[in-house]
Ligand binder design. Structure first.
Ligand SMILES: C[S@@+](CC[C@H](N)C(=O)[O-])C[C@H]1O[C@@H](n2cnc3c(N)ncnc32)[C@H](O)[C@@H]1O
Length: 187
């Protein structure tokens, strides 16, 4: 038999159940290290030039959003580019852009969790996450990245690492910071 308290709790449980059901992916929320906020194009270009990205090198954009970093890396710098993105919708958008630019041979997007990515083939890693997300990612970067690999972070430092270069750039009336690190990193 349903008690009075259970009857009272029923609407709240229903709302909770519906909310959970309506979320496209609960797992996406659990694993999310940052919301989608695209880097402005001038920032993307400065990140890649500050990293000294060279033709034929491999770039990983961890949390690649709509793929703009990947496309710029391939088109303007002649690099190979791999993007990891949690959101299936953003993966779809990135793939459409890659196709429209005929970059399928140079650029690949993987739908998944950047924390589970093997980064050993990366020459350059770009990130636009949050400071506490960088804290979580740092052990992976230290574990996987080879000597000479560069990490470029938009706006958020990797705590405990000394950058080899910091650029400040004003775009649309906001000053953006770009932090460049090189492996093995000075602390
Ligand atoms: C601030 S946006 C940066 C997008 C792009 N890198 C840029 O600079 O324009 C962060 C992206 O990371 C993605 N993201 C967050 N957590 C993630 C995770 N654990 N694995 C893969 N992608 C993730 C978000 O969906 C979002 O697209």
């Amino acid at each position: 038999m349903i008690t009075r308290i259970q009857w009272l709790a029923l609407p709240a449980m229903l709302v909770w159940g519906l909310t959970c059901f309506a979320q496209p992916s609960n797992m996406e929320q659990v694993r999310s290290l940052a919301p989608f906020v695209p880097s402005p194009q001038p920032i993307v270009e400065r990140m890649l030039s500050a990293a000294n990205l060279k033709p034929g090198e491999t770039l990983f954009d961890l949390g690649c959003g709509d793929g703009r970093v990947l496309i710029t890396a391939a088109k303007k710098f002649g690099a190979k580019a791999v993007g990891i993105e949690l959101s299936p919708k953003l993966v779809e958008a990135a793939n459409e852009e890659i196709k429209a630019n005929h970059l399928e041979d140079q650029v690949k997007v993987i739908q998944g969790d950047l924390m589970e990515t093997d980064l050993s083939s990366a020459d350059v890693v770009t990130i636009y996450l949050l400071t506490h997300s960088n804290d979580k990612l740092r052990p992976n970067l230290e574990r996987y990245l080879k000597r000479g690999a560069r990490v470029v972070s938009h706006d958020f430092q990797v705590r405990g690492w000394k950058p080899i270069r910091v650029d400040k750039l004003e775009v649309y009336r906001r000053t953006h910071s770009i932090y460049v690190y090189e492996m093995p990193v000075e602390r």
